[in-house]
Ligand binder design. Sequence first.
Ligand SMILES: [Zn+2]
Length: 339
Amino acid sequence: MTSIKTFVKQSILQAVETLGFNALYRYINRRKLLCLCYHSVISDDAPLDNRTNIAVTVSQFDAQMQELRKHWNPIGYQSITQLTADEPLPDNAVFISFDDGWRNNLTLAAPILAKYGIPATVFLTTDYIGTTGQLFWALEILERLIAMQDKPLPIGGQSFPLGPPESPLRTRIAEVLLSRIKQFPVPDRQTVLTQMREITNLNLSPKWKQELYEFLSWNEVRELKRQGWTIGCHTKTHPILSMLSAEEQRTELQEAKAKIEAELGETCSTLAYPNGGADDYNEETVRIAAELGFQTAFTLENKRNDLPLNDLLRIHRICITRDLTLNSFRAIISGIRGK
Ligand SMILES: [Zn+2]
């Protein structure tokens, strides 16, 4: 059933492309700024599940960058800041960014970007940069939920049976539970994680997990900078900022910015809000970002931006994930369909 539905959907998208609708929508939306957000690029043979869907494969990324090089005008971070100084952007400008600071950005994404001459920006979660063997908290929760022996998990007063470890249903349930746990206050989230650590053992040896879970070192960040990447801030520990007090938010932004500046010897003027949804940051966040000297800040609200940009601290990006076929990618970036 699903495969017939997918087939029909793909056929329609194929027809739409053949009829030149992508070109038409690109033309209609040419004076809007398109910003894309990636996280990871991983090997083609990595299994597809809810953990790897946040990534794209090497082949996908290559095909997507080829598409951007052919039909779009990739721009670097400097072009966005110069925009305020009345430098117009080219039609169909597209800005490429990566969140969190994964090593695969250097090892797998950077060579493809270099091949097409496409500039990029990476937003670092500074407490994780340069660490080894430390799992990103959201991914650790996900991995432990997937690895947990089949005991019903008490969440919010109810018990949920999870199914066998590593089963597709388990990874799906784990993703839903993670989205719930993300909304917990930090100390409660820590308690859940501590309890899960006591009852689970992780197997992180598969190559795809190492590709997906290892962070950049500071030397590798400097290498990206040498290759022309812009280095931005993504907080210290990747909290949902709207759940923190103003003081806690300030610490997250200020200390991360200072760390990047100390490591790179240059001012860090751009920020991406963790998780990036409209509810994941608030007015206070924007005010603090401005006070700390961030010139620009990026959301993940899956929208394109009208030009001229009227709010540099709320520049929207669209999240690109592995489940998108090349036709879906084209339809989303040209604006035929939403994300
Ligand atoms: Zn992030």
